[in-house]
Ligand binder design. Sequence first.
Ligand SMILES: [Fe+2]
Length: 313
Amino acid sequence: MPRTLKPRTRKAADWTADVRFYEYTKAADPKMPAVPFAVLSSELTEVGKTRIIPFDLSAQLQCDGPATTPNLMASFVRIAAGEKVRTDVDATSQLFYIVRGKGRTSCEHGSIQWNEGDLFVLPATGKVAHTAAATPGNDVAIYWVHDEPLLHYLGVTPHEPRFKPTLFRKDRLTQELTAVASEPGAENRNRRGILLGNAATPLTLTISHTLWALLNVLPAGVVQPPHRHNSVALDLCIDAAPGTYTMIGAKLDRAKRAVIDGTRAEWVPGCAFVTPPGLWHSHHNESTKDALVLPIQDAGLCTYMRLLDIQFA
Ligand SMILES: [Fe+2]
């Protein structure tokens, strides 16, 4: 039986109050706050109580919530032996890399044990609990990157997981990296590394539909020439000796394949730094020790939007 709608009187709304107009040439390319170069020191994970250490650049970015880049938030998580930290964000993708220590992570999707060098991604989920094993001296450090700033900007919460929890064990990462790095001609490639993929992303070939992760070896004495892309990189230095660094800048000497007037980002094991979008960046290892870096980017999203625009010098 059809429902009878009761007639209701409604006050007329004023939907014109927020109207604005801009002359085209003055507003077509608004000056946005730049994504800054910044460093999060590894020392923060080595002292103090169990806590989350945010890499929050929201003031510079003029975001109204915590953010390291417009789309992503990076943090360190420090957990003392036997203690627990809960992480709870509205994100479609969360990546955790175990910088140091061993322990366990549990969420609605299940529970896993992890050790130093393991990496995993979680889809949309409720609270996540990370517990450090109660072994004396087991001070855990985790690098944690997620896309809550993007969802906050959109004013949304995720309503379904878009991929399955995916765990990359250290021994498998090392095996795959060694295989790729020792292929003939590997020394001539722009980067000597493995992109971490996921069965859920056959188009973008990325670790999740928004996140991208690369494990890149920078051998002793080697320069990896510049490239640029529109995604923002949140680089974690896993291993390096003094004299290993990234040069980041807007100008390129194409003949020399070198960044001009760049900023030098030192690779200190356990530290993280931002490589802003659109800037050329080259990696330099003037030490006698091979180095390893883990850049995490919003390149899953940028690739899907056909906006990555990666260019090589
Ligand atoms: Fe890059």
